[in-house]
Design a protein around this ligand. Sequence first.
Ligand SMILES: *[C@@H]1O[C@H](CO)[C@@H](O)[C@H](O)[C@H]1NC(C)=O
Length: 315
Amino acid sequence: MFAGYKIVIFLSVFTFGCEYSVAENQNHGGPEPQIPVVLWHGMGDSCCFSFSLGQIKKILEVHLTGVYVKSIRIGGSEIEDVENSFFKNVNDQVAEACNQLAQDTRLQRGYNAIGFSQGGQFLRAVAQRCPNPPMLNLISLGGQHQGVYGLPHCASLEHRLCDYLRRMLNYAAYLKDVQRKLVQAQYWHDPLKEDEYKKNSIFLADINNELTLNEDYKQNLQKLKKLVLVMFENDTMVQPRQSEWFGFYKPGQSVQLETLQESAIYTEDRLGLRAMDKAGKIDFLSIAVDHLQFTDVWFIENIINKYLSGNSFEF
Ligand SMILES: *[C@@H]1O[C@H](CO)[C@@H](O)[C@H](O)[C@H]1NC(C)=O
């Protein structure tokens, strides 16, 4: 059932992206003049479409003269990468990303990372699970660090896919097969079923140290120089959008929200976020636009100039 559905949808929706191809970066041999940047795209997107991350890559290369940008691609082609953003076990995707980063000689001294939407929580998993090469700053643009309990206007996606996702997530997110196969189920966080979430979420509950306490996760996350959490104030895609700042519904209901600082992850210091926050290592930014709808100017002024333009490894 999964496979058949998948093919129909992707042939009809995503064929427009096929023609774009990535130009390989030249390695000039010497030390990198700029700290490299690693990108991870969001749901329904790919590493390199010219209208999304391909464009971001160009902006980075212009504003950080010649910077090496690696945009993570999961799968053998851009179309597979898009498919995998819905249908591949996130733990396997993170392991694959870690492998790509470890094998990339140009990243060995460290890199800054920018996650787009779900790419934000995936890159946080990379920071927590794979400390080498070191991630320096992590910028999360609308990442859902406490998961989602709704994808209200899965607007840019095809209707049938949207309806299907919602149906699966509402009724079956925590079933083993759905967890393994549907990416969004792996960060589906049902506040009415906190225990079920903690026990059965194979990705988010694990990286958030919900059930067990993985000390490595805690230590590794704290190695970040900065964790930058960007929330889209007019986000109609992510519910609740406070998840982009690590907030969520208070357990047991789906109306009242709590901030990161009020959450158990923080008060029980399950991830080291309390220490990071007190040390001023978490920046909470917001912008009054819909999901990922920031302008190039905003991105240059608030992200590139503030967090990426230091051109040396000496901090
Ligand atoms: C966007 O969100 C802000 C803050 O929540 C609100 O004041 C503003 O009216 C919203 N803008 C639009 C266009 O919805």
